[in-house]
Design a protein around this ligand. Structure first.
Ligand SMILES: Cc1cc2nc3c(=O)[nH]c(=O)nc-3n(C[C@H](O)[C@H](O)[C@H](O)COP(=O)(O)OP(=O)(O)OC[C@H]3O[C@@H](n4cnc5c(N)ncnc54)[C@H](O)[C@@H]3O)c2cc1C
Ligand code: FES
Length: 328
């Protein structure tokens, strides 16, 4: 199997043609930050110091970063020898102190961080959170952008998950986490107040959608807003009463909790959230759609939204890719 020689400072590493540069670096115990391994969180960003990096490894980066030969190590299959360096800045811009930790349901916690140096973000964006030992994971901001001093997250526990098991079991009030600058394009934009919105989320995919809904209602959004929140069973849902109350007090907000297996409660729908949404709302011409949560749901729904008439430019999505293993 062919290999390419990678130089990082004084260290020489061989990278096989069928492995990512990130995997080659990890194999050699190089201390590199990484998270999703899917080209989403950008925490594995590095810089090529001699040749242009493979174009696929620059997918999703800004033009400026591309011009400066930054690339994502988890998306980089080197095609030649490369001399590489760490990025010369960190995207961790502040610390946050845990001020709230509450159960939302048996598998999901609400975590609120008091932010040392509040920054601007759009409701629906995500940040990377970093532990003391460098472990990085992405979490969507669950609140609107009005009180920037606090960021809230919904963290669903994955069996065997390094960050989530630790966050559920060990993280406590007063603990500190590093917080990155906000990322992602799945956010509420003001200025199209009449446009109807459809939001579909599974599990903790409610987090960014809750932020977007809160922002939209706060900004006086006039168009209809439909939220479909789905889970396999009733125990995977949360904030059912809160969302129902919001629907009771805002004429243009409609809430549908959905359960795909087992018996739903009387106020809930039986079936997958995305199937039910697209069946009920079959003509979505002129709508804006937000999709968050399980990657399969997000991918299928993008296609279905387009088939139901949504313009591609109006489909916003964050698939909650996990680094390894799979989401149930
Ligand atoms: C843009 C974005 C936004 C996100 N927002 C949220 C959010 O708001 N809320 C949320 O809960 N999540 C969110 N996620 C997912 C989150 O970033 C983490 O991936 C997730 O919480 C799991 O992290 P972990 O460290 O606990 O699991 P990991 O340690 O990364 O493990 C993931 C899974 O793989 C399994 N696994 C690990 N190693 C192996 C192995 N060697 N072999 C087989 N299986 C293995 C684990 O058991 C686990 O089930 C988001 C992801 C992205 C990309
Ligand atoms: S983008 Fe490479 S680890 Fe997330």
């Amino acid at each position: 199997m062919a290999e390419h020689r990678i130089q990082l400072g004084e260290q020489l590493i061989s990278c096989k043609t069928d492995e990512t540069l990130l995997n080659a670096l990890l194999r050699e115990n190089v201390n590199i930050s990484y998270g999703c391994q899917q080209g989403v969180c950008q925490s594995c960003m590095m810089r090529s110091l001699d040749s242009p990096p493979p174009s696929e490894s620059q997918h999703g980066l800004t033009d400026k970063l591309k011009e400066q030969s930054y690339f994502l190590a988890c998306r980089c299959y080197p095609q030649q020898a490369m001399r590489i360096g760490y990025r010369d800045h960190t995207d961790f811009v502040t610390y946050g102190t845990v001020s709230v930790k509450q159960n939302l349901n048996a598998e999901t916690i609400l975590l609120t961080l008091d932010i040392d140096n509040p920054f601007e973000y759009y409701a629906g964006q995500f940040v990377n959170l970093q532990r003391d030992d460098g472990l990085v994971r992405s979490y969507s901001i669950a609140n609107n952008s009005i009180n920037r001093k606090q960021l809230s997250f919904h963290i669903r526990r994955l069996a065997g998950g390094r960050f989530t098991e630790w966050a559920h079991e060990e993280l406590k009030l007063g603990d500190r986490l590093s917080v990155s600058e906000p990322q992602g394009l799945c956010y509420y934009q003001s200025g199209k107040s009449e446009q109807p919105l459809l939001l579909i989320g599974t599990g903790s995919g409610l987090a960014p959608l809750a932020g977007i809904i809160s922002e939209a209602l706060h900004q006086g959004h006039q168009g209809e807003i439909h939220l479909y929140h789905g889970s396999r069973d009733i125990n995977g849902l949360y904030w059912v009463e809160e969302m129902q109350q919001l629907a009771d007090t805002h004429e243009n907000f409609h809430y549908s909790p959905c359960v795909s297996q087992g018996e739903p409660a009387s106020s809930m729908l039986a079936g997958r959230a995305n199937d039910l949404a697209f069946k009920t709302l079959s003509d979505l011409k002129g709508w804006r759609v937000f999709l968050c949560g399980h990657p399969d749901m997000v991918n299928n729904s993008k296609r279905q939204a387009y088939l139901n008439g949504v313009s591609l430019a109006d489909i916003y999505a964050d698939a909650f890719h996990v680094a390894s293993g799979s989401l149930d």
